[in-house]
Design a binder for this molecule. Structure first.
Ligand SMILES: Nc1ncnc2c1ncn2[C@@H]1O[C@H](COP(=O)(O)OP(=O)(O)O)[C@@H](O)[C@H]1O
Ligand code: SF4
Ligand SMILES: [Mg+2]
Length: 385
């Protein structure tokens, strides 16, 4: 495992949740059919907590975030559920009320800061405007706060660089400017969607450290969205793993790394690039492809790719069940049983890619047959060169 396990922030149970997402479903009504991008997603976030949402590209992480912020664009629509922020359902707010919540109470930072920054306006002006828009920060404090914020996010020579335009900032600096803007109104919740994906490793680490400090110093709750489990390790105290629009596992960060219960989490862990293994082991991905969200397979949505599937997985959909304190998984088998009952004890090889083509010894995988209507073809080895 890389990183040292976050473990900061308040744990569930401390007071009432800041955010409660209940049975959220968001679909896209396309010409090809109804894309069921997010289905029955439920989770809670407590004040000061740092939560990671991980999963492969296309699993519904961004759509979940956009749903919380009321930013899902047509042909998408939230078709069910509740999003309670301090107990108030954001889905019931008017457009104007939601605009006030965004940026003031809940801020979001994206992978691409250029999409959030206006190229023809100075950085400082844009941060000032973010504050003016909500009138939460007294007007006479705005200009000084912009410089302070840029200092806080470690933009060198901030008092001069507030006058720069976005193109005069490097990628890492723009990301810092966007974080400064996001934090300008002292939001209670910051949603960071792949904030470091476009950056090189060194800058990535600096940005994560910055978010960690923000959380520690201001108590801002953070939802960090990433496809890389390695990235959540250093920041988040709890993790949600999404697969094909659903939560398949949720656990404190240590348990995700030390005792993953869903085969998909297990496979994800093995796909984290590690520098301590031989080169050919590094760039393996999970075998097979995620399902078509218009024609989802029956049963467990992961079954076409799962090395542990049993007959039942092909027809019955498992729901999230508590495995042990704070850990939930949606799986008929779960890794613990897979290890104990299927004699999979020697699958302790946690090298990346080890899940590819590996099955518990003495265990015959049920074929993908009649029970499987729709869904992707049988898994094939997908390994990067
Ligand atoms: N504008 C759109 N039109 C149709 N489908 C969409 C649209 N945006 C997203 N989706 C669907 O929603 C799924 C989840 O997308 P997203 O949340 O962006 O994934 P990610 O986990 O990579 O952030 C995608 O796989 C795609 O099928
Ligand atoms: S329910 Fe079955 S197919 Fe799904 S992850 Fe668990 S073992 Fe694999
Ligand atoms: Mg995304």
């Amino acid at each position: 495992m890389s990183g040292d396990g976050g473990g900061m922030g308040q744990m569930p149970g401390a007071g009432s949740p800041l955010l409660e997402v209940k049975d959220l479903s968001t679909h896209f009504f396309t010409e090809d059919g109804e894309v069921r991008a997010v289905r029955d997603v439920s989770f809670e976030l407590y004040p000061g907590e740092t939560l990671g949402i991980v999963g492969e590209s296309g699993c519904g992480k961004s759509v979940t975030a956009l749903s919380i912020l009321g930013l899902v664009q047509r042909p998408g629509k939230v078709v069910g559920g509740q999003i309670l922020f301090h107990g108030r359902d954001l889905l019931k707010l008017s457009r104007e009320e939601m605009r006030r919540v965004r940026g003031r109470d809940i801020a979001m930072i994206f992978q691409d800061p250029l999409s959030a920054l206006n190229p023809v306006l100075r950085i400082g002006y844009q941060i000032d405007e973010a504050m003016h828009a909500h009138d939460k920060v007294p007007r006479n404090e705005v200009a000084a706060r912009s410089v302070d914020l840029l200092n806080t996010v470690q933009v060198p020579d901030a008092s001069h660089r507030v006058r720069d335009y976005p193109h005069q900032f490097s990628g890492g600096m723009r990301q810092r400017a966007m974080i400064a803007m996001g934090l300008s109104n002292r939001p209670e919740l910051l949603i960071a969607d792949e904030p470091t994906t476009a950056l090189d490793v060194t800058v990535q680490a600096q940005i994560l450290e910055l978010l960690r400090e923000m959380n520690r110093e201001t108590g801002t709750s953070i939802i960090l969205i990433t496809h890389n489990l390695g990235v959540v390790a250093g920041l988040c105290s709890r993790v949600i793993v999404m697969y094909a629009g659903e939560i398949v596992e949720e656990a404190p960060i240590e348990q995700i790394f030390e005792n993953p219960q869903h085969p998909y989490t297990w496979a994800l862990l093995r796909s984290i690039p590690r520098i301590d293994f031989a080169r050919h082991d590094r760039l393996r991905s999970i075998e097979g492809l995620p399902p078509d969200l218009i024609a989802l397979p029956r049963g467990c949505k992961f079954h076409p790719r799962c090395p542990f599937r049993v007959e039942r997985c092909l027809t019955d959909e498992p729901s999230l069940e508590t495995v042990k304190g704070g850990q939930r998984a949606a799986c008929w088998v779960t890794m613990k049983r897979a290890y104990e009952e299927m004699g999979a004890a020697d699958i302790t090889d946690t090298r990346p890619g080890a899940a590819s083509g590996v099955h518990p010894p003495g265990f015959t995988l049920p074929p993908l047959g009649a029970a499987d209507d729709g869904g992707p073809p049988a898994p094939s080895e997908v390994a990067a060169p």
